[in-house]
Design a protein around this ligand. Sequence first.
Ligand SMILES: [Zn+2]
Length: 343
Amino acid sequence: MTDIALEMPWLQNAWQVVQKRFDEGRLPHALLLTGECGVGKRAWADAVAGLLLCASPGSRNTGEPFACGQCRQCQLYAASSHPDVRVYSPEKSRMIKIDQIRSLSAFAVSSPQVAARKIAIIDRADQLNINSANALLKTLEEPVSDFVLLLLQESGRPVLPTIRSRCQALSIPVPSADQAGQWLASKVAELEGEKQPSAELMAKSLMLAGNAPRLALEYAMGEFPALRDEAFEKFRQFMKGQVAVAEAAKAFKALGLEDMLWLFEGWAADLARLCAGGQANDPEAAEMLGFLAGVNPAWRAHELLEGVREARAAGVYNANPELEASRLLIAWRELMPTKRHAS
Ligand SMILES: [Zn+2]
């Protein structure tokens, strides 16, 4: 079995904590892992689940336990057909619903079918609605000895303090550009020749993903970079008054609500950085944002960030992406200096 910390060195700390506590027989019944989107939270959870299921978690020269990769448990898990692992992730509404948590609670108190314990992964704990979060609290308050809960949280998205306080909290950092680039190159090398993205597209995907490697891989293999370029071009034209808001909003709609909000959020955060004398993360937008930072007070950037948060909250109730894009674009347009004509 591959060592997750060799494949993704930035996971090392969060992984070693688990190995050590597992080895000492003091593994907490709930772990909460925080990290940016696409940084490898799920890969960590999958590795932890593999270790906890293995029937003979031996140790290598380091003396730390690893899943053996040979036993029946490991084989079942590798085939994605282990009955003692369950993953709970948001449904269509983008939230984890109470029915899912009820099913988790029943799973927690049931007997394991083939392994020594059961593992549930909540991917993601920041998308529990209030009812499901309250239902989950009951399970957290009454730990079961043969049940381990792994909660994954995206950075910057809140998890109820009452849930957080009942978990051991861990976090994973964003890897360096070198680490992220190496990981991406190794994944791409596994693909057939004609499916391999160009070096240019890989570099761009890493930039767009802020060096979050799994997100960069998703970008390099998908449509996002091209759709983002189109949306960014329309955004620039709209700011200069060259296209109507409806036309610009259409280009954003093509991205879908989540990706669209993510872009607006990134630009607003870059604007805030530039207003504070820092640098933009998105080099392609730096020139336009630098101009806006020169002619606007910093609170404007925070207002734009607030607008993204409102749109994201509205997204839970099936907001119309085109409408939300128009609203955000108009808010941005207000940052352009108006030409006053003497009458
Ligand atoms: Zn094993």
